[in-house]
Write a protein that binds this ligand. Structure first.
Ligand code: IMP
Ligand code: MG
Length: 332
């Protein structure tokens, strides 16, 4: 078995959807697996010139690859069927390829109603936190219990470890959210309720020995949506980046708070995730606003241009195999 992993190095919205979509196109994957989170995620994907936003559905469906919502995920039946409809009306075949692990958990209407009253964390109000809480309290509902899911349910062990359909199982693992929102590594309590790092992959039935590449995805600046104060006020450049970079939530439409990239956060999350390949997205946006800055501890480093900044980043990182600075919303 081989598994490649895509994880977020910052606060979500780094462009994991784009990276996953491109890897799915170029690789030989038999499966694409979402390993954490629910419909709190919003992955923006450009496919054959059309824009799609996925929440639950792994990007494998765009290329007819078997796509699994893994046991580490929580899934809302209503939102899932709505999303299937949307993708299918955009010309993507979903039903033949989409599977749900029997032991994934369900987001109920009750969870959504509860989450909609949140004011402290600034959640996406999609019921994510209450669904995970009930899972761990051992009173949750599993996907296998939902009659509407019948024809999509699979046993994850049989699928990955005992599957005569494939000579060799090759999995692309699509992460949601990111290091700064991780339940263990984010700034608690301003976090999501799942494991957003490579650690989250393994509990889905994908052994650590299978992992080949870990793609860490970041942006050349930071964004965050939620209740904590993140953006330093009165900095006009952040308004500009928000406009030019279209930094509004793909799930909730909320304006994302903006900051300069923290190199410390990148280093920490690269290490904790074991990322050997790194993509920095949206380098084109800083070029458009003509500002380049990075936080290094208490210091802010200004740069003259992209090249200067990129050279500096490369020197700071501990020799990853690949570092890509991307300037396109569609490809890396
Ligand atoms: P929850 O995951 O809806 O409980 O939200 C917890 C925190 O994570 C909030 O700050 C959300 O805005 C943030 N969050 C959850 N999912 C995403 C995502 O996919 N992108 C960016 N932020 C997210
Ligand atoms: Mg997103």
């Amino acid at each position: 078995m081989i598994a490649d992993v895509v994880v977020g190095l910052q606060f979500g919205d780094e462009g994991k959807g784009k990276v996953t979509h491109q890897l799915a196109r170029n690789g030989n994957y038999t499966h694409v697996v979402r390993f954490n989170g629910g419909c709190n995620a919003g992955h923006t994907i450009y496919h054959e010139g059309k824009k799609f936003v996925t929440h639950h559905i792994p990007a494998g469906v765009f290329y007819g690859i078997k796509s699994i919502i893994g046991p580490g995920c929580v899934v809302s039946p209503k939102k899932l069927f709505k999303e299937i409809k949307e993708l299918e009306s955009g010309g993507i075949e979903v039903r033949q390829h989409l599977k749900i692990a029997a032991n994934a958990h369900v987001i109920t209407d009750f969870h959504v109603a509860e989450d909609s009253r949140d004011e402290d964390i600034g959640t996406t109000k999609t019921g994510n936190g209450p669904a995970y809480r009930d899972k761990y309290a051992r009173k949750g509902v599993m996907a296998v219990e939902i009659p509407e899911f019948d024809d999509m349910i699979i046993d994850m062990y049989a699928e990955l470890h005992d599957n005569p359909e494939f000579d060799k199982v090759e999995i692309l693992c699509e992460g949601a959210q990111g290091f700064g929102l991780d339940i263990d590594w984010g700034e608690y309590p301003f976090v999501t309720s799942s494991h957003c790092t490579t650690a989250g992959v393994i509990s889905n039935g994908i052994p650590h020995t299978a992992i080949r590449d870990v793609w860490g995805v970041a942006k050349v600046y930071e964004t965050y949506v939620g209740a904590k104060e993140f953006e330093t006020d009165d900095d006009e450049i952040f308004d500009k980046i928000r406009e030019v970079g279209s930094e509004f939530g793909a799930t909730t439409g909320r304006p994302r708070q903006i900051s300069w990239m923290s190199i410390d956060m990148i280093k920490r999350s690269v290490k904790v995730n074991g990322a050997n390949k790194i993509v920095f997205n949206k380098a084109d946006i800083l070029e458009e606003v003509e500002a380049w800055c990075i936080y290094d501890g208490m210091d802010a480093h200004d740069f003259k241009n992209s090249e200067d900044m990129e050279q500096w980043i490369l020197k700071e990182l501990d020799e990853p195999e690949i570092v890509i600075f991307s300037r396109s919303p569609e490809e890396i």
